[in-house]
Design a protein around this ligand. Structure first.
Ligand SMILES: C[S@@+](CC[C@H](N)C(=O)[O-])C[C@H]1O[C@@H](n2cnc3c(N)ncnc32)[C@H](O)[C@@H]1O
Length: 191
């Protein structure tokens, strides 16, 4: 198991190396108006495209990912742009979240179903969870190495159960570059 995780981490180190952060996810940008301007956690933040968008929108962001190349590059951008981002090298397979700590938790293009109970506890009352990732339908259009990273239909609605669902969508959605993908997204509030 440890070897599998290490192989996955090395794969991501190579993918992130020398790459710019990229554009933030459109679903997150649309959710920003619903998110409190407090402390946010960007789960598996990668090179931080979504962390940067949140920080520019007035939030303080803990950006956590197990790729040191991604986190080091993000730390440099945050330093140069004076953005309130705290980049953390962390493995979510072994990462403790304090209860009632965050005003927002963002989980985009990363899926670990076991984390959802922790997200719910780590949100403050009124805090917002934003989740968006690929649906199982995407497996037929792409070569996806491991289907456990894909959501079943309406599975995300179950994963956020117990929170107040504010937005939910599933389907084939276009990206700005003209491509499209099968995705599910949820914005939910702790009440
Ligand atoms: C598809 S990228 C998404 C990055 C970012 N959320 C975004 O939307 O740009 C998936 C990220 O998950 C990270 N990752 C995968 N498994 C992880 C784990 N167990 N702990 C922390 N990060 C992990 C990878 O390093 C990679 O940056």
């Amino acid at each position: 198991m440890a070897t599998m995780i290490e192989a996955e981490r090395i794969k991501w180190e190579q993918r992130h190396q020398g790459q710019p952060p990229g554009d933030p996810e459109a679903f997150l940008i649309e959710a920003l108006e619903l998110m409190p301007r407090g402390l946010a956690l960007d789960v598996a933040a990668g090179r931080g495209r979504n962390s940067i968008a949140m920080a520019r929108a007035g939030m303080r962001v803990v950006a956590a990912d197990f790729s040191s190349s991604a986190i080091t590059a993000l730390a440099e951008i945050a330093r140069v742009e004076h953005l309130p981002i705290w980049p953390v090298i962390a493995d979510f397979d072994n990462f403790a979240l304090r209860d009632s700590r965050f005003d927002a938790i963002v989980n985009i293009n990363f899926l670990d179903r076991a984390l959802f109970p922790h997200f719910k506890r780590a949100l403050r009352l009124g805090g917002i969870l934003v989740v968006e990732t690929f649906l199982v339908d995407q497996a037929s259009s792409w070569h996806i190495s491991n289907q456990r990273f894909l959501l079943d239909h309406y599975e995300l609605r179950e994963l956020v159960a117990g929170l107040e669902l504010i937005r939910y969508r599933e389907g084939l959605f276009p990206f700005l570059d003209g491509t499209s993908a099968w995705r599910a997204g949820a914005v939910a509030r702790k009440v």
